[in-house]
Design a protein around this ligand. Structure first.
Ligand SMILES: Cc1cc2nc3c(=O)[nH]c(=O)nc-3n(C[C@H](O)[C@H](O)[C@H](O)COP(=O)(O)O)c2cc1C
Ligand code: SF4
Length: 483
């Protein structure tokens, strides 16, 4: 992962630890009742893909165990990891693109209900993503994938060369020559691997996204409802299709790109299609980027209006994230695919302890507060969830007190210690295993390996009943807290 050149080291802090009475009186452990969203406390476990679904995208026992473990501390809400809405192979990423996935998801819902004593609200993040290919061998790229044009003939200085000759001569140019001879897009396909963009309107499946996506999202939400979830989180963040429609980089010419109102059009149409497809009390919210953190992307001057538009349309919550884009992703190895969390925008999404002067904790707080302010200025009380770097009570409580958000999301801290909020609520915050923001977990995520935390994955490795990774070297869920 990319890291800021300043390389300043930060240590997580336990902060002031409240007594049980103080925790009981706190904002963090107070209930939230707003429209369809009702939470017993304002703690939220945001979506995290732990890479433990089956190769066909079904819920496995390890998936159930992961959510059951998170639910034992009864957080206000858990959002199940990004789950694909299409019925297409996508490796061990959960899927909800067909009715055959409902049974497995029901098991997951049941486990969370039991473990949380029906206290935790359970949502599922539903996602669409476009085709991305692995970085090809250069030889293969020139032999098979490159569509030879007159520009290439011109580049090799032989207008009468055959396609085969052009391919061979281009290949012989080497990297510096390729940069000159190929278009920027061709060069990117060669060095990063090809990927579809929402602006590729000449491709029928991309042109038709405004028609195909609303029913796909609506069907996925209906399946989530059938499986027993309390609601869905529409994934409008990071490097994926809906975030790309929202982005300032979306220049589509068909009324779904360009000015802000046009870029909002499909996200609002998807929401409308989902809303009418599910029962009236089913929660529908979204996750979107408070800041894209790429050149030419959405900046905090524009995202408050996006949040206000979602709230005005009737979303039940908005949850924010930042960055996580393909545009600045690191160049992958040959035969590997680019990953959106490997560049500077990826760092913004999951900053680690080696950072810059702004540090890794709370980078998303100010832009999220601006979004919440815009929603309130529009006369709406839509709850806002902010995530990023939270790892202690003091920080979470200050966000709520200062109006950054209404609900506090903690991803890595919940992975490091799934009981952390329970411990704090009982006045036993000194026992919290505090996340060190090393991003060991994120490195596993990048390799699509089962995600665990270095603070516990070797503890009691051979305890009876401990689920282990396929190589047997890591346990898959945190050890029990005797309480
Ligand atoms: C292993 C891992 C998987 C993640 N998967 C998702 C995901 O499926 N959807 C999503 O919106 N964010 C995902 N995220 C981002 C987190 O939800 C969160 O925004 C980010 O980790 C920053 O919050 P934190 O500092 O509390 O960890 C993931 C993060 C991690 C560490
Ligand atoms: S591996 Fe554990 S300690 Fe390290 S960043 Fe991930 S959750 Fe935090």
């Amino acid at each position: 992962m990319w890291r800021p050149p300043e390389r300043i080291r930060y240590a997580s802090q336990t902060g002031r630890i409240p007594s049980r009475e103080e925790a009981e009186r706190s904002l963090l452990f107070s209930p939230l009742e707003e429209g369809r969203l009702s939470l017993a406390q304002r703690t939220w476990v945001p979506a995290m893909v732990p890479w433990r679904a089956t190769e066909d995208g079904f819920v496995s026992d390890a998936v159930v165990a992961w959510y059951e473990r998170l639910a034992r501390s009864r957080p206000g809400a858990i959002v199940v990891e990004a789950t694909g809405i299409r019925d297409v192979p996508s490796g061990p990423l959960l899927r909800i693109g067909h009715d055959r996935y409902i049974e497995g998801l029901k098991k997951l819902v049941h486990a969370v209900r039991q473990a949380s004593g029906h206290k935790t609200r359970l949502f599922i993040q539903i996602i669409d993503f476009l085709t991305i290919r692995r970085r090809p061998e250069p030889e293969k790229f020139f032999e098979r994938f490159l569509h030879v044009t007159e520009a290439h003939r011109h580049a090799v200085g032989d207008e009468s060369a055959t396609d085969t000759e052009v391919r061979a001569r281009l290949f012989a140019l080497g990297e510096s020559g390729w940069k000159q001879a190929l278009t920027a897009r061709e060069f990117e396909s060669l060095m990063q691997g090809y990927r579809d963009r929402v602006t590729d309107e000449e491709l029928p499946h991309i042109r038709d996204l405004p028609k195909s996506l609303p029913p796909l999202f609506a069907a996925a939400a209906r399946r989530a409802e059938a499986a027993g979830f309390d609601g869905v989180e529409l994934h409008y963040a990071h490097a994926y299709t809906m975030a790309s429609f929202l982005s300032r980089t979306n220049t589509r010419k068909d009324g779904y790109g360009g000015p802000p109102d046009k870029r909002l059009r499909l996200p609002l149409e998807v929401f409308a299609a989902v809303r009418v497809s599910v029962r009236p009390d089913f929660v529908v919210g979204c996750r979107f980027l408070a800041e894209e953190c790429i050149e030419g992307g959405n900046e905090p001057d524009e995202t408050p209006a996006i949040g206000a538009a979602f709230a005005t349309a009737g979303m039940d919550f908005v949850s924010t994230s930042r960055g996580g884009k393909f545009e600045d992703a690191a160049r992958p190895a040959v035969n590997a695919a680019a990953y959106p969390y490997t560049g500077p925008s990826g760092y913004e999404c999951m900053p680690q302890f080696i950072s810059d002067a702004r540090g890794p904790f709370g980078r998303n707080a100010a832009p999220t507060r601006a979004i919440r302010d815009a929603i309130r200025a529009a006369g709406l009380r839509t709850p806002v969830v902010c995530t990023g770097g939270v790892h202690n009570f003091e920080m979470a409580e200050s966000w709520l007190a200062e109006g950054v958000c209404d609900v506090v999301g903690a991803a890595r801290q919940s992975l490091a210690d799934p009981d952390w909020t329970l411990k704090i609520s009982l006045g036993r915050g000194a026992e919290v295993r505090t996340c060190e923001f090393t991003n060991y977990c994120e490195a596993l995520d990048q390799k699509h390996k089962v995600v665990t935390c270095q603070l516990w994955d070797k503890l009691d490795l051979h305890a009876a009943g401990a689920l282990r990774s396929p190589d047997g070297k890591r346990r898959l869920v945190a050890p029990d807290w005797p309480g």
